[in-house]
Design a protein around this ligand. Structure first.
Ligand code: NIG
Ligand code: FE
Length: 411
């Protein structure tokens, strides 16, 4: 017997499947018809066409996928899903013609969710937020980023981050947490005083608690200036925390360009992004995270500069931005449809935006987001007849199963 004839063991084998590997030079979908995936110790140990399957592969468990499609597990790389309360009253005001900005300036908006979120316990926060996470999981999410930013105090912020981490323990999903250090000022405070407190006290404490994987800030006229956000990023850098930014959503403030100079993982929203910002993002590899749910829900009319982002080779991700004010959206599939319909992204860009590029926006591109040997075995298995169906439908969920680090979970 030759060495190559010895049986090779794997824990689970998925076969008779079409694959979207998202692991193709040039950034395509990487389609493999009639393929297989083998998993060992939670990692992908083989992936390819059935014809290339090792002769002596011996699986603990074999799953016949019946011709279904397997994509990487979906990744929602921008959410604010841990919060309490609701904002349908403001939605109704906006329907009457009051703007998001006017509501915020009158003390509503983010500030009202801060009040609601800060007045409940961690257990209540968890109970209020779990249905939103479950809705994402039901549509194939295997990694989710969750931001704080609705705490009126540092304690309330830490409660939000703890609730987010806890979700990753009680559900089969990888949770990545972000300390949204500068979102809105607690009512009685001055903006600069808040920034000084964030830098001197909050970031060091959050870093010490290890409850956050990154730091974010809201750079806008109703948020914080680019200079204030750069102060926050300096403090984050001192504690080795990667940064990301909400930028150029309602107006152009130069936040994306500044964040790119800090090597930000991502700059998100970007409807008002200019050429200088695009060039800076291209140079630093900062991912453009587009949020079509917020664009749709706030009835924004200025489109993000998709053509220019493509032309400069800026990676593009998509996310739900699940939050009570601008995007009460818990459907990655609908976000993909909106990315295509509203922003004219291609099917491949929409799917990459919720897999490979979303992983990059979280700094996890060597962990998840593609079907590739050595990466975590995070999969989404779909009852579809072609990849375009994932983006094309509105309100139909063809998810058959999720696989999180090798554990197969039927929907
Ligand atoms: O991503 N722009 C700031 N932050 C959120 C909105 C939060 C809210 O309105 O509660 C966003 O759109
Ligand atoms: Fe957001």
């Amino acid at each position: 017997m030759k060495i190559t004839d010895l049986p090779e063991r794997c824990d689970t084998l998925w076969f008779n499947a079409n694959l979207l590997t998202l692991d193709e030079a040039g950034g395509g979908l990487g389609v493999i018809r009639d393929g297989f995936i083998a998993c060992t110790n939670g990692k992908i140990s083989h992936v390819g066409a059935s014809a290339a399957m090792p002769m002596h592969l011996c699986a603990g468990e074999s799953v016949n996928c019946g011709g279904r499609w397997i994509a990487p597990g979906l990744i929602d790389c921008h959410t604010h899903l841990v919060y309490a309360g609701s904002r349908e009253d403001e939605f109704e005001m906006r329907l009457e013609g009051v703007s998001y900005e006017e509501i915020a300036r009158a003390g509503g908006g983010i500030a009202s969710t801060m009040q609601a979120t800060s007045s409940v316990s961690e257990a209540q926060l968890l109970a209020a937020s779990l249905p939103r996470l479950d809705a994402l999981l039901a549509e194939g999410i295997t990694t989710v980023e969750i931001k704080s930013g609705y705490g009126t105090s540092l304690d309330a912020e830490l409660r939000q981050l703890r609730a987010a981490r806890q979700m990753g323990r009680i559900r089969s999903v990888r949770v990545v947490t972000t300390f949204l250090a500068a979102h809105a000022v607690p009512s009685n405070q001055d903006k600069q005083a808040h920034i000084d407190d964030v830098c001197a006290r909050r970031i060091p404490e959050v870093a010490g608690s290890r409850l956050a994987d990154a730091v974010d800030a809201y750079c806008d006229a109703i948020g914080f200036s680019s200079r204030q956000v750069s102060q926050v990023f300096e403090a984050a850098r001192q504690h080795n925390l990667p940064v990301k930014v909400h930028a150029e959503q309602l107006s152009h403030q130069g936040g994306a360009e500044m964040a790119a100079r800090f090597g930000a993982l991502s700059a998100d929203h970007l409807e008002h992004l200019d050429e200088a910002g695009i060039k800076a993002m291209a140079a630093s590899g900062t991912v453009a995270v587009l949020l079509p749910g917020a664009f749709y829900f706030t009835r924004e009319t200025v489109l993000p500069p998709v053509e220019a982002l493509r032309a400069h080779g800026v990676p593009i991700a998509l996310a739900t931005d699940c939050n009570p004010g601008t995007s009460p959206l818990t459907s990655p599939l609908l976000a993909m449809n909106m990315g295509a319909t509203l922003f004219r992204l291609t099917v491949a860009e929409c799917i990459a935006g919720f897999t490979r590029e979303a992983a990059r926006a979280l700094g996890l591109q060597e962990r998840t987001g593609r079907l590739r040997t050595g990466l975590d075995c995070d999969l989404s298995i779909w009852d579809i007849s072609s990849p375009g169906e994932l983006v094309y439908r509105m309100g139909m969920n063809p998810l058959h199963a999720r696989v999180v680090r090798g554990s197969h979970l039927e929907n």
